[in-house]
Design a protein around this ligand. Structure first.
Ligand code: NAP
Length: 284
């Protein structure tokens, strides 16, 4: 049992608090609005509320930052003077390179920072959308900083496993590249698809005709606009590289469609086979 402080009690922070409390770990919490802290107490996501990020972090062995990505450097500055010696700090941000740089710049020597990213989420935001089972079966990326001790890494792995997720140790650059391909690119494509259809004069008719295919392909466009922006601004290089690759793929498909190419069936068949195999491997 280890005392955890969660800063930012929204979908991810609230879900983490609920899962840790269910497992019997004590959790203190801080969030920007007082009402959110009160609601977190009422829902059982935390067992004590703090008046500041520093107060929450001061009494904790592990502090997890679960705010929007670009609020994190300021939170690090605020908790830095309050962290007990040997404290372990983590985060849940969807991008890792930038966060690792902020931690290096703002957290004191002697603190073990281990970046984190649970590969689980929802389109809805806020504490109301949180659930104790959100991390069950999810991969949870962990990016230890150079200063992180082995004991700290083991402690964060224990926390991740406690909430039902599988820890995956990974380097920040690799994380950001891989996640750009399977999460950030789909997010932007979902956005582009929505904009393409809604930008057409026939959108009212298109919207009436659109069924589950369009709904599924545009699901990610219903997520938090601020989170989408923060992801794009903190993982630019990797996202641009995937967008370029995707554009080349679209151009190739365009040539095949324009040329009436019979081999399109083979392209569809290959993609279907790859996706079916992947679904089977996932157990979905
Ligand atoms: P969220 O539901 O909007 O929760 C973030 C919470 O942080 C808000 O409820 C807000 O609480 C609080 N907050 C905002 N600024 C703050 C500050 N300066 N200090 C303290 N609290 C602050 O968002 P989320 O989906 O949980 O995302 C949180 C983090 O998880 C992000 O870094 C995101 O990249 C990452 N993430 C998200 C997902 C996903 O699918 N959503 C998946 C994996 C990782 P108040 O109510 O107090 O204003």
């Amino acid at each position: 049992m280890h005392r955890v402080a969660v800063i930012g009690l929204g979908l991810i922070g609230g879900s983490l608090g609920l899962a840790l409390r269910k497992a019997g770990w004590p959790v203190s919490g801080f969030s920007r609005r007082r009402e959110t802290v009160s609601l977190a107490m009422a829902l059982g996501a935390i067992d004590s509320g703090a008046q500041s990020p520093g107060e929450a972090a001061a009494g904790a062995e592990i502090t997890v930052l679960a705010t929007p990505i670009r609020a994190m450097p300021q939170v690090m500055v605020e908790i830095a003077p309050h962290l007990p010696p040997g404290a372990v700090v983590s985060d849940v941000a969807s991008t890792k390179g930038q966060v690792m740089e902020w931690a290096q710049a703002h957290l004191p020597v002697g603190v073990s920072f281990i970046g984190g990213h649970p590969m689980a989420g929802r389109e809805r935001q806020g504490l109301e959308a949180a659930g104790e089972g959100l991390f069950q079966g999810a991969v949870y990326c962990l990016v230890p900083s150079a200063a992180a001790t082995l004991g700290a890494i083991e402690l964060i792995k224990e926390m991740v496993e406690l909430v039902g997720a599988s820890p995956l140790l990974i380097e920040a650059r690799e994380h950001d590249y891989l996640v750009a391909g399977i999460s950030h690119l789909p997010l932007l494509l979902s956005l582009a698809l929505t904009r393409a259809a809604a930008g057409d004069a026939a959108w009212p008719a298109l919207g009436r005709l659109a069924a589950t295919g369009f709904r599924d392909a545009t699901r990610l466009a219903s997520g938090s606009p601020e989170m989408g922006r923060d992801i794009c601004l903190t993982n630019r290089e990797a996202i641009l590289s995937w967008l370029d690759r995707f554009s080349a793929g679209v151009a190739e498909l365009r040539r095949m469609v324009a040329g009436g190419n019979e081999e399109l069936a083979g392209v569809f068949a290959q993609a279907r086979e790859i996706r079916e195999q992947w679904l089977r491997a996932k157990g979905w």
